[in-house]
Design a protein around this ligand. Structure first.
Ligand code: F3S
Length: 405
């Protein structure tokens, strides 16, 4: 790997121990993936924020880096943490967990990383441009920014995204190179997708088949016309599900995504009503009443929060409801009055965290409703939940009652 003089100095420790340690990570990655050189990146999105996922070892690593005066060189921001920083008591988060979580956030902010705590930074104005090189790590955010925005990032791990943030560079390999962004798999979608949970079911099905190929979809655009849900919300649901069931980091949708690069002889598969029903059935692991419905995976947009509020007008929930989003989006939902409607019905807008990376199982829930393919997968494996998978409207209608005057 060829390093510039400046990069060589960084590796030799002339810019301090934190930079040297970070360069060692980047150079090791570059060697593994045969990168010829480093490239500059414009932003970093860093996962490994929840105490639930990184534990004491992760906290010690961050505190060690912070003690070496690590500072990020480029705009850098955080993935969801393990709790809402303001409402953690209402979420019934144990005090010890909250203490550790705050220490993690303190370590990150001491490095000048923005505590956005969201997996959908593109919803709050952090939108890389087409062809921008970036180093993002949360799998759904990686998929969205590569596919829907046309930026270039590999699926970084938390430590490599942090190293890129500290050094402002990343090894040039994988999805940073145009030749690696060509689809070899075309999916002809022959059925109508009615809502975001159908896009999620499609994603879970295709993610398993695609593994790390880049799927290209035909026939999806028609399901977007007239949908009450914003196009981007449907695509983020699709991408998140593929990233969870496979390791898809880039996809194309004909007539929709800014790029659509398909090889001359791709493998072709069809997705019909039959596959859709089978995928939905596989995600729905339980026919009991949920104790809690969790929406907002990836983090909910204002349009999705508005839709929830609309469904809850003059209703009372018969189970708990969390709509997960960022602090910034929650503020907007407060200003528009959507939060008040959701709260009046008995639900909560939860910021900074999500159903998967918070300690849902420790709080005591066992049966969770979800409309997201990614949440459905991880609620089962990481949170020991029985999952009731359905679309947002059905989940809310089946678990609320009208308020009689
Ligand atoms: Fe985001 Fe949590 Fe889903 S990090 S993509 S809401 S599992």
């Amino acid at each position: 790997m060829i390093l510039t003089k400046q990069e060589q100095k960084m590796l030799e420790g002339e810019h301090g121990e934190a930079v040297q340690q970070s360069m060692e990570i980047l150079v090791a990655l570059g060697k593994i993936y045969d990168a010829e050189k480093m490239i500059q990146v414009k932003s970093a999105q860093i996962s490994g924020v929840s105490y639930k996922t990184i534990g004491d070892a992760g906290l010690a690593y961050l505190q060690d880096l912070a003690s070496k005066h690590a500072r990020v060189k480029i705009p850098s921001f955080l993935n969801p943490a393990g709790m809402d920083r303001r409402q953690w008591k209402e979420m019934k988060i144990p005090e010890e967990f909250a203490k550790k979580q705050i220490e993690i956030l303190d370590a990150y902010t001491s490095m000048h990383i923005m505590p956005t705590c969201t997996c959908a930074p593109y919803e709050i104005g952090i939108r890389p441009r087409k062809h921008d090189h970036i180093a993002w790590s949360e799998s759904s955010a990686v998929s969205f920014t590569n596919s829907v925005l046309g930026a270039r990032t590999n699926r970084e791990g938390g430590p490599s995204a942090l190293a890129a943030a500290i050094c402002g560079i990343t090894p040039s390999y994988g999805l940073h190179l145009d030749e690696n962004r060509v689809s070899e798999l075309v999916i002809d979608v022959e059925c109508k997708l009615n809502n975001a949970s159908d896009f999620a079911a499609l994603g879970v099905y295709v993610g398993k088949l695609a593994k790390n190929k880049h799927p290209a979809f035909k026939g999806v655009r028609k399901s977007m016309y007239g949908s009450r849900i914003h196009d981007e919300d449907l695509l983020k649901s699709l991408g998140a599900a593929m990233a969870a069931s496979g390791s898809v980091a880039l996809f194309y949708v004909e007539d929709t995504t800014p790029e659509y690069a398909v090889s001359k002889k791709p493998e072709k598969i069809s997705f019909t009503e039959k596959e859709l029903n089978a995928a939905r059935k596989e995600l729905n692991k339980c026919n009991e009443k949920p104790e809690i419905i969790t929406l907002g995976c990836p983090h909910a947009s204002l349009e999705q929060i508005r839709e929830v509020a609309k469904l809850l007008r003059k209703k009372k929930l018969t189970c708990e409801l969390w709509v997960c989003t960022s602090q910034q989006m929650k503020k907007r939902a407060d200003a528009y009055g959507y939060a008040a409607i959701i709260e009046k019905a008995g639900g909560k807008l939860i910021a900074d965290t999500c159903m998967v990376v918070c300690p849902l199982e420790t709080i005591g829930y066992k049966i969770t409703g979800a409309d997201s393919g990614k949440a459905a997968k991880y609620l089962e494996s990481l949170c020991k939940q029985k999952v009731v998978f359905n679309d947002m409207k059905t989940l809310i209608e089946n678990n609320s009652e009208s308020i009689k005057k």
